[in-house]
Design a protein around this ligand. Structure first.
Ligand code: F6R
Length: 353
Protein backbone atom coordinates (compact mmCIF):
# COMPACT_ATOMS: atom_id res chain seq x y z
CA UNK A 1 0.00 0.00 0.00
CA UNK A 2 1.47 3.35 -0.95
CA UNK A 3 -0.46 5.23 1.74
CA UNK A 4 -0.33 8.98 1.16
CA UNK A 5 2.36 8.67 -1.51
CA UNK A 6 1.46 9.30 -5.15
CA UNK A 7 3.93 6.63 -6.28
CA UNK A 8 5.65 3.62 -4.75
CA UNK A 9 9.01 4.92 -5.94
CA UNK A 10 8.82 7.98 -3.71
CA UNK A 11 7.71 5.87 -0.75
CA UNK A 12 10.59 3.47 -1.35
CA UNK A 13 13.11 6.32 -1.63
CA UNK A 14 11.84 7.64 1.69
CA UNK A 15 12.08 4.24 3.35
CA UNK A 16 15.83 4.02 2.88
CA UNK A 17 16.77 5.50 6.26
CA UNK A 18 14.54 2.98 8.02
CA UNK A 19 15.90 0.17 5.84
CA UNK A 20 19.44 1.13 6.89
CA UNK A 21 18.41 0.93 10.54
CA UNK A 22 16.60 -2.37 10.04
CA UNK A 23 19.66 -3.90 8.41
CA UNK A 24 21.86 -2.81 11.32
CA UNK A 25 19.26 -4.13 13.77
CA UNK A 26 19.34 -7.49 12.03
CA UNK A 27 23.09 -7.87 11.58
CA UNK A 28 24.31 -6.39 14.91
CA UNK A 29 23.36 -7.33 18.47
CA UNK A 30 22.92 -4.75 21.24
CA UNK A 31 26.61 -4.89 22.10
CA UNK A 32 27.55 -4.05 18.54
CA UNK A 33 28.70 -7.55 17.64
CA UNK A 34 27.88 -8.99 14.25
CA UNK A 35 25.14 -11.59 14.15
CA UNK A 36 23.04 -13.36 11.56
CA UNK A 37 25.91 -14.43 9.31
CA UNK A 38 26.44 -18.17 9.64
CA UNK A 39 30.17 -18.89 10.26
CA UNK A 40 29.85 -21.50 7.51
CA UNK A 41 29.48 -18.60 5.07
CA UNK A 42 32.53 -16.66 6.24
CA UNK A 43 34.57 -19.90 6.44
CA UNK A 44 33.65 -20.79 2.88
CA UNK A 45 34.52 -17.31 1.60
CA UNK A 46 37.84 -17.29 3.44
CA UNK A 47 38.84 -20.45 1.57
CA UNK A 48 38.38 -18.64 -1.74
CA UNK A 49 41.16 -16.84 -3.60
CA UNK A 50 38.75 -14.61 -5.54
CA UNK A 51 35.16 -13.44 -5.35
CA UNK A 52 32.91 -13.23 -8.40
CA UNK A 53 29.91 -10.99 -7.92
CA UNK A 54 27.26 -11.70 -10.56
CA UNK A 55 24.13 -9.61 -11.08
CA UNK A 56 22.07 -7.54 -13.52
CA UNK A 57 21.08 -3.88 -13.80
CA UNK A 58 20.89 -1.99 -10.55
CA UNK A 59 22.06 -5.04 -8.61
CA UNK A 60 25.16 -5.15 -10.81
CA UNK A 61 25.77 -1.50 -9.93
CA UNK A 62 25.48 -2.36 -6.23
CA UNK A 63 28.10 -5.05 -6.82
CA UNK A 64 30.53 -2.47 -8.23
CA UNK A 65 30.39 -0.73 -4.84
CA UNK A 66 30.58 -3.98 -2.84
CA UNK A 67 33.78 -4.93 -4.66
CA UNK A 68 35.57 -2.12 -2.82
CA UNK A 69 34.54 -3.47 0.57
CA UNK A 70 35.62 -7.03 -0.20
CA UNK A 71 38.94 -5.84 -1.60
CA UNK A 72 39.80 -3.08 0.88
CA UNK A 73 38.45 -4.56 4.09
CA UNK A 74 38.53 -8.31 3.50
CA UNK A 75 41.55 -8.20 1.15
CA UNK A 76 39.96 -10.63 -1.30
CA UNK A 77 40.35 -9.84 -5.02
CA UNK A 78 36.84 -9.35 -6.41
CA UNK A 79 35.40 -9.21 -9.91
CA UNK A 80 31.93 -7.95 -10.75
CA UNK A 81 30.15 -9.39 -13.77
CA UNK A 82 26.99 -8.79 -15.75
CA UNK A 83 25.04 -12.04 -15.51
CA UNK A 84 23.89 -12.15 -19.15
CA UNK A 85 27.50 -11.86 -20.31
CA UNK A 86 29.06 -14.24 -17.81
CA UNK A 87 26.47 -16.91 -18.66
CA UNK A 88 27.74 -17.34 -22.24
CA UNK A 89 31.28 -15.99 -22.00
CA UNK A 90 32.63 -17.34 -18.77
CA UNK A 91 35.95 -15.67 -18.05
CA UNK A 92 38.96 -17.64 -16.90
CA UNK A 93 38.38 -18.32 -13.22
CA UNK A 94 40.81 -18.41 -10.34
CA UNK A 95 41.65 -21.72 -8.68
CA UNK A 96 39.22 -21.28 -5.80
CA UNK A 97 36.41 -18.98 -6.86
CA UNK A 98 33.47 -18.06 -4.65
CA UNK A 99 30.33 -16.65 -6.22
CA UNK A 100 28.08 -13.97 -4.81
CA UNK A 101 24.75 -13.39 -6.54
CA UNK A 102 23.03 -10.07 -5.90
CA UNK A 103 19.34 -9.82 -6.66
CA UNK A 104 16.31 -7.94 -5.46
CA UNK A 105 13.82 -10.49 -6.77
CA UNK A 106 15.91 -13.63 -6.58
CA UNK A 107 14.30 -14.65 -9.89
CA UNK A 108 16.37 -12.92 -12.59
CA UNK A 109 16.82 -15.47 -15.36
CA UNK A 110 20.28 -14.26 -16.41
CA UNK A 111 21.60 -14.68 -12.86
CA UNK A 112 19.88 -18.05 -12.52
CA UNK A 113 21.61 -19.25 -15.67
CA UNK A 114 25.01 -18.37 -14.17
CA UNK A 115 24.15 -20.01 -10.86
CA UNK A 116 23.17 -23.21 -12.73
CA UNK A 117 26.46 -23.14 -14.64
CA UNK A 118 28.68 -22.61 -11.62
CA UNK A 119 26.84 -25.23 -9.55
CA UNK A 120 27.52 -27.73 -12.34
CA UNK A 121 31.19 -26.82 -12.10
CA UNK A 122 31.07 -27.45 -8.34
CA UNK A 123 31.80 -23.90 -7.13
CA UNK A 124 30.30 -22.49 -3.91
CA UNK A 125 27.76 -19.69 -4.12
CA UNK A 126 26.02 -17.24 -1.82
CA UNK A 127 22.93 -15.25 -2.78
CA UNK A 128 22.16 -11.86 -1.26
CA UNK A 129 18.52 -11.28 -2.12
CA UNK A 130 15.67 -9.11 -1.06
CA UNK A 131 13.10 -11.82 -1.71
CA UNK A 132 14.13 -14.79 0.41
CA UNK A 133 12.84 -18.20 -0.58
CA UNK A 134 13.30 -17.25 -4.20
CA UNK A 135 14.99 -19.41 -6.83
CA UNK A 136 18.41 -17.79 -6.38
CA UNK A 137 18.33 -18.15 -2.57
CA UNK A 138 17.09 -21.75 -2.71
CA UNK A 139 19.57 -22.93 -5.30
CA UNK A 140 22.71 -21.32 -3.87
CA UNK A 141 24.66 -23.00 -1.05
CA UNK A 142 24.09 -20.00 1.20
CA UNK A 143 21.76 -17.03 1.37
CA UNK A 144 21.58 -13.78 3.31
CA UNK A 145 18.62 -11.41 3.39
CA UNK A 146 18.96 -7.89 2.02
CA UNK A 147 15.98 -6.68 4.10
CA UNK A 148 14.78 -3.75 2.00
CA UNK A 149 11.15 -4.83 2.42
CA UNK A 150 8.83 -5.23 -0.58
CA UNK A 151 9.93 -3.12 -3.53
CA UNK A 152 7.04 -2.44 -5.91
CA UNK A 153 8.23 0.37 -8.21
CA UNK A 154 9.95 -1.01 -11.30
CA UNK A 155 12.92 1.31 -10.75
CA UNK A 156 14.93 -0.13 -7.89
CA UNK A 157 15.94 2.27 -5.12
CA UNK A 158 15.94 0.88 -1.61
CA UNK A 159 17.07 -2.56 -2.79
CA UNK A 160 20.22 -0.92 -4.18
CA UNK A 161 21.13 0.82 -0.92
CA UNK A 162 20.24 -2.33 1.03
CA UNK A 163 22.50 -4.45 -1.17
CA UNK A 164 25.36 -2.02 -0.67
CA UNK A 165 24.80 -2.05 3.10
CA UNK A 166 24.67 -5.83 3.40
CA UNK A 167 27.82 -6.21 1.29
CA UNK A 168 29.60 -3.75 3.60
CA UNK A 169 28.53 -5.72 6.66
CA UNK A 170 29.53 -9.04 5.10
CA UNK A 171 32.94 -7.65 4.10
CA UNK A 172 33.43 -6.38 7.65
CA UNK A 173 32.75 -9.92 8.90
CA UNK A 174 35.60 -11.12 6.67
CA UNK A 175 38.12 -8.43 7.49
CA UNK A 176 38.57 -5.08 9.11
CA UNK A 177 37.18 -1.77 7.82
CA UNK A 178 39.49 0.07 10.24
CA UNK A 179 36.62 2.09 11.73
CA UNK A 180 33.45 1.40 13.66
CA UNK A 181 31.16 0.35 10.82
CA UNK A 182 28.08 0.02 13.01
CA UNK A 183 28.44 3.59 14.30
CA UNK A 184 29.10 4.89 10.80
CA UNK A 185 26.03 3.10 9.44
CA UNK A 186 23.93 4.79 12.12
CA UNK A 187 25.27 8.09 10.78
CA UNK A 188 24.49 7.00 7.21
CA UNK A 189 20.85 6.40 8.21
CA UNK A 190 20.61 9.88 9.75
CA UNK A 191 22.11 11.51 6.65
CA UNK A 192 19.95 9.55 4.20
CA UNK A 193 17.01 10.93 6.15
CA UNK A 194 18.43 14.45 5.94
CA UNK A 195 18.77 14.19 2.15
CA UNK A 196 15.31 12.70 1.59
CA UNK A 197 13.93 15.57 3.70
CA UNK A 198 15.18 18.02 1.07
CA UNK A 199 12.95 16.89 -1.77
CA UNK A 200 12.13 20.44 -2.85
CA UNK A 201 15.77 21.13 -3.76
CA UNK A 202 15.90 18.10 -6.04
CA UNK A 203 12.51 18.82 -7.53
CA UNK A 204 13.76 22.26 -8.52
CA UNK A 205 17.02 20.91 -9.94
CA UNK A 206 15.14 18.25 -11.93
CA UNK A 207 12.66 20.72 -13.34
CA UNK A 208 15.18 23.38 -14.27
CA UNK A 209 18.07 21.25 -15.54
CA UNK A 210 16.08 18.57 -17.37
CA UNK A 211 13.18 20.47 -18.85
CA UNK A 212 13.02 19.82 -22.62
CA UNK A 213 16.37 17.99 -22.53
CA UNK A 214 16.70 14.78 -24.51
CA UNK A 215 20.01 13.71 -23.06
CA UNK A 216 22.01 14.00 -19.86
CA UNK A 217 25.19 12.76 -18.22
CA UNK A 218 26.29 11.64 -14.79
CA UNK A 219 30.03 11.65 -14.25
CA UNK A 220 32.33 10.67 -11.40
CA UNK A 221 35.58 8.90 -10.62
CA UNK A 222 36.20 5.77 -8.56
CA UNK A 223 33.18 4.92 -6.46
CA UNK A 224 31.44 7.96 -7.92
CA UNK A 225 31.84 6.47 -11.41
CA UNK A 226 29.97 3.39 -10.18
CA UNK A 227 27.24 5.56 -8.64
CA UNK A 228 27.08 7.52 -11.91
CA UNK A 229 26.06 4.33 -13.73
CA UNK A 230 23.22 3.73 -11.30
CA UNK A 231 22.19 7.40 -11.31
CA UNK A 232 22.05 7.37 -15.12
CA UNK A 233 20.04 4.14 -15.21
CA UNK A 234 17.50 5.59 -12.78
CA UNK A 235 17.02 8.74 -14.82
CA UNK A 236 16.83 7.09 -18.24
CA UNK A 237 14.67 4.13 -17.38
CA UNK A 238 11.73 6.15 -16.07
CA UNK A 239 12.05 9.62 -17.71
CA UNK A 240 13.25 8.31 -21.12
CA UNK A 241 15.91 11.04 -21.16
CA UNK A 242 18.88 9.28 -22.70
CA UNK A 243 21.46 9.42 -19.94
CA UNK A 244 25.00 8.16 -19.83
CA UNK A 245 26.85 7.35 -16.65
CA UNK A 246 30.54 7.88 -17.24
CA UNK A 247 33.93 7.57 -15.63
CA UNK A 248 34.79 11.26 -15.88
CA UNK A 249 38.33 10.79 -17.20
CA UNK A 250 37.02 8.82 -20.15
CA UNK A 251 34.86 11.66 -21.51
CA UNK A 252 37.75 13.29 -23.33
CA UNK A 253 38.34 10.06 -25.24
CA UNK A 254 35.26 10.60 -27.36
CA UNK A 255 32.02 11.22 -25.54
CA UNK A 256 32.71 14.87 -24.84
CA UNK A 257 31.73 15.57 -28.46
CA UNK A 258 28.11 14.96 -27.42
CA UNK A 259 28.09 17.98 -25.12
CA UNK A 260 25.97 20.81 -26.50
CA UNK A 261 24.74 24.11 -25.14
CA UNK A 262 22.70 23.35 -22.06
CA UNK A 263 23.37 19.59 -21.90
CA UNK A 264 22.93 18.69 -18.24
CA UNK A 265 26.03 17.09 -16.73
CA UNK A 266 25.62 15.95 -13.14
CA UNK A 267 28.95 15.45 -11.39
CA UNK A 268 29.31 13.32 -8.26
CA UNK A 269 32.25 14.45 -6.20
CA UNK A 270 32.79 12.50 -2.98
CA UNK A 271 36.22 10.96 -3.42
CA UNK A 272 39.09 13.07 -2.17
CA UNK A 273 41.90 11.56 -4.22
CA UNK A 274 40.28 12.46 -7.54
CA UNK A 275 38.35 15.59 -6.56
CA UNK A 276 40.82 17.92 -8.28
CA UNK A 277 40.71 15.94 -11.52
CA UNK A 278 36.93 15.89 -11.46
CA UNK A 279 36.80 19.66 -10.98
CA UNK A 280 38.91 19.90 -14.13
CA UNK A 281 36.49 17.69 -16.05
CA UNK A 282 33.53 19.75 -14.85
CA UNK A 283 35.30 22.87 -16.15
CA UNK A 284 36.03 21.16 -19.49
CA UNK A 285 32.39 20.28 -20.15
CA UNK A 286 31.23 23.69 -18.88
CA UNK A 287 33.60 25.31 -21.39
CA UNK A 288 31.76 23.37 -24.12
CA UNK A 289 28.39 24.67 -23.01
CA UNK A 290 27.25 22.01 -20.55
CA UNK A 291 24.99 22.93 -17.68
CA UNK A 292 27.02 21.43 -14.84
CA UNK A 293 25.30 20.38 -11.62
CA UNK A 294 27.75 19.33 -8.93
CA UNK A 295 26.87 17.21 -5.90
CA UNK A 296 29.91 17.34 -3.63
CA UNK A 297 30.55 16.08 -0.14
CA UNK A 298 30.98 18.75 2.49
CA UNK A 299 34.77 18.86 2.67
CA UNK A 300 35.10 18.92 -1.15
CA UNK A 301 32.32 21.39 -1.90
CA UNK A 302 32.81 24.78 -3.56
CA UNK A 303 30.67 27.83 -4.15
CA UNK A 304 28.30 27.21 -7.00
CA UNK A 305 27.80 23.50 -6.31
CA UNK A 306 24.16 22.47 -6.62
CA UNK A 307 24.03 20.48 -3.40
CA UNK A 308 26.38 19.69 -0.54
CA UNK A 309 26.21 16.07 0.57
CA UNK A 310 26.65 15.37 4.27
CA UNK A 311 29.86 13.54 4.96
CA UNK A 312 30.34 9.97 6.16
CA UNK A 313 33.28 7.60 5.65
CA UNK A 314 34.33 8.04 2.02
CA UNK A 315 33.72 4.40 1.11
CA UNK A 316 30.14 4.73 2.33
CA UNK A 317 29.44 7.93 0.35
CA UNK A 318 27.71 5.98 -2.48
CA UNK A 319 24.87 5.38 -0.02
CA UNK A 320 24.32 9.14 0.16
CA UNK A 321 25.35 10.18 -3.37
CA UNK A 322 22.71 7.97 -4.99
CA UNK A 323 19.77 9.57 -3.15
CA UNK A 324 19.71 12.92 -5.03
CA UNK A 325 19.88 10.96 -8.30
CA UNK A 326 16.88 8.84 -7.31
CA UNK A 327 14.90 11.96 -6.41
CA UNK A 328 15.92 13.77 -9.59
CA UNK A 329 14.82 10.78 -11.68
CA UNK A 330 11.52 10.75 -9.81
CA UNK A 331 10.78 14.47 -10.23
CA UNK A 332 11.96 14.67 -13.85
CA UNK A 333 9.57 11.81 -14.68
CA UNK A 334 6.70 13.36 -12.75
CA UNK A 335 7.33 16.64 -14.56
CA UNK A 336 6.92 14.85 -17.89
CA UNK A 337 3.60 13.40 -16.82
CA UNK A 338 4.81 9.81 -17.07
CA UNK A 339 3.94 6.83 -14.87
CA UNK A 340 6.87 6.80 -12.44
CA UNK A 341 6.25 3.29 -11.14
CA UNK A 342 5.61 1.60 -14.45
CA UNK A 343 7.93 2.68 -17.26
CA UNK A 344 7.16 1.33 -20.71
CA UNK A 345 8.67 -1.96 -21.90
CA UNK A 346 9.85 -3.01 -18.43
CA UNK A 347 8.81 -5.60 -15.85
CA UNK A 348 9.81 -5.63 -12.19
CA UNK A 349 11.38 -9.02 -12.43
CA UNK A 350 13.07 -10.18 -15.62
CA UNK A 351 12.46 -13.91 -15.72
CA UNK A 352 13.46 -14.46 -19.36
CA UNK A 353 16.96 -14.54 -20.77
C1 F6R B 1 16.53 -1.05 -12.47
C2 F6R B 1 16.21 -2.40 -12.06
C3 F6R B 1 16.81 -3.54 -12.79
C4 F6R B 1 17.12 -4.70 -11.85
C5 F6R B 1 17.62 -5.92 -12.65
C6 F6R B 1 18.02 -7.05 -11.73
O1 F6R B 1 15.94 -0.08 -11.67
O2 F6R B 1 15.45 -2.61 -11.12
O3 F6R B 1 17.96 -3.15 -13.46
O4 F6R B 1 18.09 -4.30 -10.92
O5 F6R B 1 16.62 -6.35 -13.52
O6 F6R B 1 16.94 -7.50 -10.96
P1 F6R B 1 17.16 -8.29 -9.63
O7 F6R B 1 17.88 -7.43 -8.68
O8 F6R B 1 15.76 -8.64 -9.16
O9 F6R B 1 17.95 -9.53 -9.97
Amino acid sequence: DKGAYPYYMLKEIDEQAVVARNISGHYYDDEGNLQGIDPEITDAIKKADRLYIVAAGTSYHAGLIGKRYFEQWAKIPTEVHIASEFAYDQPMLSEKPFFIFLSQSGETADSREVLDNVKKQGFPALTLANVMNSTLTREADFALPVLAGPEIAVASTKAYTAQVLVQAILASALGNPGFDLKAELAKVAVEIQAITDEKESFKKIAESALKDQHSAFYIGRGLDAAVALEAALKLKEISYIQTEGFAAGELKHGTISLIEDGTPVFALLTQKKTAGLLRGEVAQVAARGANTIVFASESLAKDGDAYVLPEVNELLMPLLAVIPAQLIAYYATLDRGLDVDRPRNLAKSVTVQ
